[in-house]
Ligand binder design. Structure first.
Ligand code: MG
Length: 398
C-alpha cells in the first residue's frame, strides 16, 4: 500500500496573486502529487486549514482511495461546503489525482476517459479606456490567433468623474450602473460594426447590476450575439436567472463564486444557463468537478472553468485535463503565464493559436520549483475593484 507521508502547503506569488499549492508526499520514494488550493484573499486561512487540520487527518492514508478521502475530508469539520475548507480539500484532491495518474504512467486526461478533442479553445481578456482602445486590443489578440475574447470597458466599467456622491462619502471604487450599461452596449455596437460577427465575444457583468437591470442588459446585448454573458447576477439572486432566460436568447454563464452544489443544481436541471463557470479549486477539486461535468452533459450545459491569475498553473493544468476529456467542454478562460510563473511551475500548459494543450507527462504534467517559489512572497493587499460602491455610497457586490 502506498500511503500519504507528508502534506506541504506552498505559498507563492510569482505574478502578484497569492497562490496556495499543496504537495502530497507518499511512502514511494520520489512520488508526490500537486494540487491548487488557492483562495488568494485568504491564503493564510487556507494554509492553516491544510497544515493544522487536513495534514494530521491524511497522514498514513492509502493514496489510491481518492473518493473515500474526499468524502471523509468533506465532513471532517462537520460544517462544510464553504470557502477555505473547500479550497484546502481541492488542493489535496488534485494532488491525489496527480499521484494516481503518475502511478498509471498516464497523463490525467487518459484516466478521465481520453481525449475528446486535441486542444482546448481559450478566451482571453481585452480592456481599454474607450471603445477605440478596446477595439485595438481585441484586434491585437485576434492577430495572435485568439478567436474568443472577453471585452470590458475600464475593467468593470461605469466609472465617471462627474458622479455626484453624498457628503462624507466613504472610500471605494465607485461606478454608475446605468452608465456602465449604456457604455457597454455602445462598445459592443462598435466592436460588431468594426470587427464583424466572425469573432466570438464575451462580456463579464461581475454581478454589478440589480436583477431587473441585468435582464434589460442581457436583452440589449442580444443583437450583438455574445458567446456568453458572464455573472449577470450574484449567487444570492440566482432565482432571477429564470426571468433572464424567459426574455432573451443571450447565452448565460455563471458559477465562479459557487461553493455548494445547491447553488448549481436547479440552474442546470432547469436549463437556465448555458455555461457553468466553476472555480475548480473552490468546490473541492477534480472529484466533484468530474461529477458536475456529467451532470451538466445530461442537460446540455457546457463547461467554462474559471481561469484567472488567482488559479495556480497547477489548477489550470487540472482544468485542462477536464477540458480535454469532457464531451461537453465549452471554453477555457486563460489569463496568461508570465516568465516568473513559468519558471516556478515547469510544465505550465501551453497556448498556441488560441488552443491550450496538455503535455504528455504522467499525472497533471506540472511541477513546482520550491526554492524559486519561496522567493516570491505573498503579500496582504485588497484589489481596489473589490471595494465597489454605487454613486450614493452603497457598498455593492464587486
Ligand atoms: Mg468572471
Amino acid at each position: 500500500m502506498i500511503t500519504i507521508q507528508n502534506v506541504k502547503t506552498i505559498l507563492t506569488a510569482p505574478d502578484g496573486a497569492n497562490l496556495v499549492v499543496v504537495k502530497v508526499e507518499t511512502s514511494e520514494p520520489g512520488l508526490y502529487g500537486l494540487g491548487c488550493a488557492t483562495f488568494t484573499q485568504r491564503h493564510l486561512t487556507v494554509y492553516s486549514a491544510i497544515e493544522d487540520y487536513l495534514k494530521p487527518f491524511l497522514i498514513g492514508k492509502d493514496v489510491h482511495r481518492i473518493e473515500d478521502i474526499w468524502q471523509s475530508a468533506m465532513v471532517s469539520a462537520y460544517w462544510r461546503n464553504g470557502p477555505v475548507l473547500n479550497n484546502a480539500i481541492s488542493g489535496v484532491d488534485m494532488a491525489l489525482w496527480d499521484i494516481k495518474a503518475k502511478l498509471a504512467n498516464m497523463p490525467l486526461y487518459q484516466l478521465l476517459g481520453g481525449k475528446a478533442r486535441d486542444g482546448a479553445s481559450v478566451y482571453v481578456h481585452a480592456d481599454g479606456r474607450d471603445k477605440y482602445e478596446v477595439e485595438e486590443n481585441v484586434s491585437l489578440l485576434m492577430e495572435k490567433g485568439y478567436r474568443y475574447i472577453r471585452a470590458q470597458l475600464g475593467v468593470y466599467g461605469g466609472q465617471n468623474h462627474q458622479m455626484i456622491k453624498p457628503e462624507n462619502a466613504q472610500e471605494g471604487s465607485y461606478y454608475n450602473p446605468k452608465l456602465y450599461m449604456r457604455d457597454t452596449v455602445e462598445l459592443f455596437d462598435h466592436l460588431r460594426s468594426t470587427l464583424g460577427y466572425e469573432l466570438e465575444l464575451i462580456h463579464d457583468v461581475h454581478e454589478r447590476l440589480t436583477p431587473t437591470d441585468a435582464i434589460t442588459f442581457a436583452k440589449q446585448l442580444e443583437r450583438y450575439q455574445l458567446f456568453f454573458l458572464e455573472d449577470a447576477l450574484p449567487p444570492e439572486q440566482i432565482e432571477w436567472f429564470n426571468m433572464i432566460r424567459n426574455q432573451t436568447v443571450t447565452p448565460i454563464a455563471v458559477g465562479e463564486l459557487f461553493n455548494n452544489p445547491n447553488e448549481w443544481i436547479n440552474l442546470i436541471k432547469d436549463r437556465l444557463i448555458d455555461y457553468i463557470r466553476i472555480h475548480t479549486s473552490q468546490i473541492g477539486g477534480i472529484t466533484p468537478a468530474k461529477k458536475l461535468v456529467s451532470f451538466c452533459e445530461t442537460f446540455g450545459v457546457r463547461t467554462a472553468w474559471h481561469g484567472p491569475k488567482d488559479v495556480s498553473p497547477v489548477g489550470h493544468a487540472a482544468n485542462l485535463h477536464l477540458d480535454i476529456s469532457s464531451h461537453n467542454f465549452g471554453i477555457q478562460e486563460f489569463s496568461g503565464f508570465n516568465e516568473a510563473i513559468q519558471e516556478v511551475f515547469p510544465g505550465c500548459p501551453e497556448v498556441k493559436n488560441g488552443y491550450m494543450y496538455p503535455n504528455d507527462k504522467p499525472g497533471l504534467g506540472i511541477d513546482i520549483n520550491e526554492e524559486l517559489a519561496a522567493k516570491y512572497e505573498c503579500k496582504e493587499k485588497l484589489p481596489s475593484w473589490m471595494m465597489a460602491r454605487i454613486p450614493d455610497g452603497t457598498a455593492v457586490r464587486p
